[in-house]
Structures are given as C-alpha cells and as structure tokens.
Design a protein around this ligand. Structure first.
Ligand SMILES: [Fe+2]
Ligand SMILES: [Fe+2]
Length: 331
C-alpha cells in the first residue's frame, strides 16, 4: 500500500525564524539589578557633563551618584514613552489597516514589534523600580512627552488628518533608525553600571531588526502613496528633521537636577554655565551625525528620489545654510 502522502510543512520564513531565535522577549532572562550596584554610577558620566563639574564632585560620591541616577531614570522613562506611545501605536496601525497596504506576513512582523516594544518598556520600568528600591532615590520627574513626540504632534498639526498615519510610519522609521544607533553608542560606554549597559545591549539586539522592518515598510508604502500626500510630506520633512532632533538648549532637566541636589540658584547658574560648552558641543555633534544618517535613510527608502523631496531639502538647505543633503553622492 502506498504511504499516505503527508502534507508538506512549509519552512518558516526567515523573519519568523529570526524572531523566535533572537528576540530578547523570547530568549533573555530578567535583568536583575544586584545589590552590589548600590552606590555605583548608574549612568555613563561621559553622557552627563554635570557629574564632572568640580562643585558637584566636591559634594561627594552620593551627589554625583544622585545626578547620574536621575539621568538614568530619565533615559529609561523616555524609552518607555517612545515604545508605548509611538512605536507600538504605529505597529498597531499597520496591523489594523489604518496604515494601508501591508500583507499578512508584514502584519505578523508588526505584531513582533508590538511584543518586543512592550517588553522593552517592561524592562525599562522594571529597571527603574529595582533601582528605586535599591537606592531609595525617587525620580525628580516622570516625563510625559519628549522632543520626538512633540515634533510629531507639530507635524500632524501641519498636515491634513488623512495623511497622519502615512507620516507616522515615516517618522517611526526615522526614530527606530536613530534609536538603534543611540543604543549601540550608549551601550559601548564603559563607565556605567553593568546592568544599565545590559539593558541597552539587550534592547539594541532587537532594534536592528525593527529598523530594517520599518525601512522596508516605508519604502513600499511611499510607492503606494498618492502624489499629493508625497508632496505634502516631502515639503515638511527637512524642517521636521531639525525639529525632531533639536536638543534642549535651555537645559531645563539639568537645572532641576542641580536644584534637587540642594545648590543655590547662583551655584546652579554657575555649574550650567561652566558645563555649557561641552553640553552644546556634544549635542551639536550628535545632531549633525544623526541628521546625516537620517538623510541617507530617506534616500534608501526612496523618499529622496521623489523630486519634490529633493527640491524641499535643497530649498531648506539654502535657507538655513545647513546643507543636510551634502552627505549624498552627487546625482
Ligand atoms: Fe524597542
Ligand atoms: Fe523598536
């Protein structure tokens, strides 16, 4: 008797295989902040110029540690915000067709983003909770928005409502690309507590996959968009990049930290003034490098091939003298 033919089990596509084998939510144990981390500098000092100022250092280890702990809280809270208010939201819009045109397998991959990002927000909050329990330091503030979310809100206000979802996909693509590079970079800093670095390196191992996914989705989606939507979004993009990347020149958060350390108003002003050159230099170097990367990403996704986009960047460069598109090879 002939053997009954067994139905063929199709092999899993690479994206499925990769998620099951590499996603941190499926493969990583909980990151536990050990009691030995008490008193350690949690956040890289190289990323917080206040921590090196002689007046802050003269107050002793506990004050330096307080400054760095507050910086770590802010960083972690902002990761949670980005994930839960922005990236997950966009992935759900792909799944539920508000961002139109995704295939079932692309929606399945969007679900991995929802799961991964939910887990990243979980890890960040778990880290904050453990750190608070360990050192008894409460955050001076819990951010409810950040520069990225504010810039998206302003872009939405400038676009007709029916283009918001399309713009959201592009802005998340830009943000995921930036986040991947930021996490790689901060994870390489040697002077943070080991657990902080571990949260960063675990997280980035998922973000490369997300950045590729959103770049693919953006490239495909851009080709589907009507000319009028492309034109409206293209004309807004150069200004959006600057708005989204703009740093906090007022240093409101640093001012609050110093106030919470117990410095007088004149001491706060002095520390801010004497650390300002380095702060601005770091910020401007970051903005220049990130913007150049994002312009290349816009080229890779096909957006800059659209004549109105190239024209918008050329006009914007001419008006600001910023020359963002100078990173591109000559046509
Ligand atoms: Fe993430
Ligand atoms: Fe992500």
């Amino acid at each position: 008797m002939d053997a009954i033919a067994q139905p063929k089990v199709p092999s899993a596509p690479e994206s499925v295989e990769r998620w099951y084998t590499t996603a941190t939510v499926r493969n990583s144990p909980r990151i536990v902040v050990p009691s030995s981390a008490q008193g350690e500098y949690v956040f890289p000092r190289s990323r917080q110029p206040l921590s090196d100022h002689p007046l802050v250092v003269s107050m002793g280890d506990a004050v330096v540690s307080f400054v760095l702990t507050q910086s770590a809280y802010k960083y972690m809270y902002e990761i949670g915000l980005l994930e839960t208010r922005y990236v997950i939201d966009c992935a759900l819009h792909i799944i539920n067709n508000q961002i139109k045109g995704a295939s079932d397998s692309e929606k399945r991959e969007a679900l991995t983003v929802v799961i991964d990002e939910g887990y990243h927000a979980y890890v960040a909050l778990d880290f904050i909770i453990q750190l608070k329990a360990l050192n008894g330091v409460e955050p001076i503030e819990v951010p409810e928005t950040n520069g990225n979310l504010d810039a998206v809100r302003r872009a939405f206000a400038a676009l007709p409502q029916h283009m918001h979802y399309d713009f959201q996909l592009i802005s998340v693509c830009l943000a995921e690309h930036t986040l991947t590079k930021d996490l790689l970079s901060i994870g390489r800093e040697k002077d943070a507590t080991r657990t902080f670095t571990q949260v960063m390196t675990d997280h980035v191992s998922d973000e490369g996959r997300h950045a590729n996914y959103f770049a693919r989705m953006t490239r495909a989606h851009w080709q589907r968009l009507p000319e009028a939507t492309k034109t409206a979004i293209a004309s807004l993009l150069p200004g959006y990049l600057d708005d989204y990347l703009a740093g906090d020149t007022e240093r409101a958060f640093d001012r609050k930290i110093l106030g919470a350390c117990g410095f007088s108003e004149s001491q706060v002003d002095r520390v801010l003034e004497e650390t300002n050159a380095r702060y601005q230099e770091d910020m401007n170097a970051y903005i220049t490098k990130t913007k150049a990367n994002l312009v290349k990403l816009l080229q890779r996704t096909g957006i800059l091939e659209f004549p109105a986009a190239m024209a918008a960047f050329a006009a914007y460069d001419a008006s600001t003298g910023a020359a963002a598109t100078s990173v591109l090879p000559a046509a």
